[in-house]
Ligand binder design. Structure first.
Ligand code: NAD
Ligand code: DAU
Length: 360
């Protein structure tokens, strides 16, 4: 039985990945989920897997090398899938330090622990051990509105403290592959959306605010472009890279689905109107009048777009979910999980929301 160590599995993409893996492999695999449970980590995301015998949750900080080494010592780990990170650009602009601690130093701890556990005395590695570092397209910087794509060969040019910290972590993984022949891959992914996404990110924030008749904050002119990918397609891509990709390679994972932020907001409003049943009081609240242009994000990248050619050719992965379908699945999920939203929007997140948007 293969054992996976997933970091950050209580977050948005990590929890979707764990669901995907149990759905696909059932009892054939074991997953150990290591998560610090920051504001973004939520064990409610994993309620339906917590009773499984082949699933273990360990509350730990990836910066805690003693604890991470202990997990490797007590378990014969075959695969590491490293999601754990501080992930929100706006938070990184307010407080960069924790981004360097978790994203850079935490990744270093993970690399050292896996290397120590897997390396043989002659400098080679135990058979079939693999580390996958989950990264972002933001490391490549910003594209012009009228053309170009991010390729695996695009030079790194991060702008925000978040993307700079992710770029640094990628560089460390690359250094371990080059220097120690450490068995790893890096994936750089575009914007994900789907179930369990924390409502500080554009799509769940807009869905939640619209349903409550609250302002829909649009940064700058609303014409920044992101390349949206349904989270389950991403989960599948990660698994396919680990199984079919060439070791030491980077693979970009993108949705082939570029949209301006303002277009996303209009699609969400239209879809909500279409999906809410007649007589539902929220139908009255959902309105374009809620759209509010606010001060732009500092250093706001204009456009991200991935050409997922390499992963398609080498691994056979491509984005399967059309945005029109993915957004309906996402909205349906939020309709069916109002309690989830209520729980995450209380407490810490409420304070965060007031702080971030008080002047906007
Ligand atoms: P998220 O913020 O929803 O979840 C992050 C998880 O990591 C949380 O469960 C949190 O508790 C955990 N965590 C944070 N610091 C930790 C620490 N020090 N030790 C252990 N656990 C810790 O993030 P996400 O959106 O699911 O992103 C997951 C990964 O994918 C990140 O590495 C992110 O950079 C990358 N990524 C995200 C997107 C996206 O659109 N969301 C796109 C490309 C890449
Ligand atoms: O590209 C991949 C990245 O996508 C990931 O690496 C990050 O972890 C993830 O957070 C995401 O980063 P973005 O900054 O692109 O996502 P966010 O949802 O924060 O913003 C999407 C766009 O919407 C961006 O142009 C800013 C804008 N925006 C965002 C918020 C929260 C608004 O206009 N209003 C808002 O209230």
């Amino acid at each position: 039985m293969r054992t996976y160590l997933v970091t950050g599995g209580a977050g948005f993409i990590g929890s979707n990945y764990i669901h995907y893996m149990f759905e696909k492999y059932g009892e054939e695999i074991r997953i150990i989920n290591v998560d610090k449970l920051t504001y973004a980590g939520n064990l409610e995301n994993l309620k339906d897997v917590e009773g499984r015998e082949n699933y273990t949750f360990v509350k730990a900080d990836i910066c805690d090398s003693e604890k991470i080494n202990q997990i490797f010592a007590e378990n014969d780990i075959d695969r590491v899938v490293h999601f754990a990170a501080e992930s929100h650009v706006d938070r990184s602009i307010k407080n960069p330090t924790v981004f360097v601690e978790t994203n850079v130093l935490g990744t270093l701890v993970m690399l050292n622990a896996a290397k120590a556990a897997w390396e043989l005395p002659d400098g080679t590695y135990k058979e079939d051990k693999k580390f996958l570092h989950v990264s972002t397209d933001e490391v490549y910087g910003s594209l012009e509105e009228d053309g170009g794509y991010f390729y695996e060969t695009t030079p790194y040019a991060p702008h925000s403290p978040y993307s700079a910290s992710k770029a640094s972590s990628d560089m460390l993984v690359k250094a371990y592959m080059d220097t120690y022949k450490f068995p790893a891959n890096i994936t750089n992914c575009s914007n994900n959306y789907g179930p369990y996404q924390f409502p500080e990110k554009l799509i769940p924030l807009i869905i939640n605010n619209a349903l409550h008749g609250k302002k829909l904050p649009v940064y700058g002119d609303g014409k920044n472009v992101r390349d949206w990918l349904y989270v389950m397609d991403h989960a599948k891509g990660i698994d396919m890279v680990q199984e079919k990709g060439r070791l030491f390679e980077t693979y970009n994972i993108g949705g082939h689905n570029e949209k301006q932020n303002i277009q996303i907001i209009h699609i969400i409003l239209d879809t909500l109107q279409e999906m809410l049943p007649e007589g539902d009081p929220r139908k009255e609240l959902v309105s374009e009048k809620l759209i509010t242009y606010v001060e732009d994000r500092k250093g706001h990248d204009r456009r991200y777009a991935i050409a997922p050619d390499k992963i398609k050719e080498e691994v056979g992965w491509y984005p399967e979910t059309m945005f029109e379908d993915g957004i309906r699945l996402t909205i349906q999920w939020f309709f069916e999980h109002e309690d989830w939203m209520e729980h995450v929007t209380s407490g810490d997140y409420q304070k965060y929301y007031q702080e971030m948007y008080q002047d906007k």
